[in-house]
Design a protein around this ligand. Structure first.
Ligand SMILES: Cc1ncc(COP(=O)(O)O)c(C=O)c1O
Length: 353
């Protein structure tokens, strides 16, 4: 295993900025980690509070697996739960990659793909992006005999770009069955109805496909750390061999079960996101700033000097994500906030430019 890799840089916390700049926590706005600015589903929060009393018992994931099976149509034998979908990325890397193999991802893809690939000791081939998004053509070209995994996020983080389903399906049809395709759909629930496709239906014809989803985004449960993977039972069996048996705690399991049923919260979060994303895009246009096409709960915007603008915003108590670590030094990723948070970000950004 390699230990000389660059670790993933998690988003800065509100507390860290409060300590550094002596700004009261309640005056800080956090638009840096693509969390749901409207909080956790109230039904999930209630269920979590109730479940705390049972925390002396080891957790039982049966009820959530059954509910997810009903929600997705995937048999429980093809479902794997992870401490965030990032744990499933880790499991996939540990189960299928080693120092004799390689994985392929795209330039500007979600950083955890590279982190976990390198941790497993495997090589990572980065396919050139097209318009900042994944390019099926270069991804295919980047594969070799050593490739065991292709990592994709759709929509992608941090660029917000989206591969249309028909293009993605055509790509999948061309990938040899010996290569596992990981399709990370952390932001799927934010897609407009016309962009939605039943990607899970593709599992039937593609035993090499793994689809990842999470409770961290639209369900507002990033702090609960719970994601899930859908795949052929054979692949799930292989992941279960590298998984801790009781990885998800009972409080998160109970919260997720309730969140799945909270259609009202999901719908409201979707609508708030649509309006907030539009507010940010319009504001960036008015400031004369270019921004990338946005399909998730964030907008990636071009600024003259990303690091300097980011520092100025932090000093004002506004946390966004500088994309310098992604080799995009002129871009900031801004999570969609509440209307007043977006307005304050836009006003401070105007000053910072
Ligand atoms: C593409 C993508 N995948 C996975 C994750 C991580 O999700 P989780 O909180 O489920 O580990 C994120 C979080 O930002 C993401 O952007």
């Amino acid at each position: 295993m390699k230990t000389d890799h660059t670790p993933y840089e998690a988003g800065i916390s509100t507390e860290a900025i409060s300590r550094k700049y002596h700004i009261p926590v309640e005056q800080i706005i956090k638009l840096g980690s693509n969390e749901n600015t409207y909080g956790i589903s109230p039904k999930a929060a209630d269920a979590a509070r109730q479940a705390v009393g049972e925390a002396y018992l080891y957790p039982d994931n049966h009820a959530l697996l059954q509910a997810l099976s009903k929600h997705t149509g995937v048999d429980p034998s093809g479902l794997v739960l992870g401490v965030g979908s990032t744990e499933i990325i880790d499991m996939i890397a540990r189960a299928f990659l080693n120092d004799t193999t390689s994985a392929v991802t795209s330039e500007f893809a979600f950083a955890m793909f590279g982190v976990m690939t390198r941790l497993a000791g495997a090589e990572l081939a980065e396919a050139p992006a097209k318009d900042f998004g994944h390019d099926p053509e270069t991804l295919l070209k980047a594969t070799s005999e050593k490739t065991r995994v292709i990592w994709l996020a759709n929509p992608n983080n941090p660029t917000g770009t989206f591969i249309p389903p028909a293009e993605l399906k055509a790509f999948l049809d061309q990938v040899p069955r010996s290569i596992i395709v990981v399709l990370d759909e952390a932001y799927k629930e934010y897609l407009a109805p016309e962009d939605q496709t039943d990607t899970v239906a593709w599992l039937r014809d593609h035993p090499n496909l793994i689809v990842l989803r999470t409770f961290s985004k639209i369900y507002g449960m990033a702090g609960m750390r719970l994601g899930y993977g859908m795949m052929a039972p054979e692949l799930a069996g292989m992941l279960n061999r590298v998984k801790q048996p009781l990885n998800i705690n009972g409080v998160s399991l109970a919260a997720a079960l309730a969140a799945l049923d909270d259609h009202e919260f999901v719908k409201a979060s979707y609508e708030h996101n649509l309006a907030g994303r539009h507010q940010l895009q319009t504001g960036f246009d008015q400031l004369g700033l270019k921004h990338l096409s946005a399909y998730g709960n964030f907008v990636t915007v071009h600024v003259p000097n990303g690091a300097a603008v980011n520092e100025k915003l932090l000093a004002k108590g506004i946390i966004v994500r500088s994309l310098t670590p992604y080799n995009l030094p002129h871009f900031l990723r801004v999570t969609v906030g509440k209307p007043e948070e977006n307005a304050r970000l836009l006003a401070e950004l105007k000053q910072a430019l």
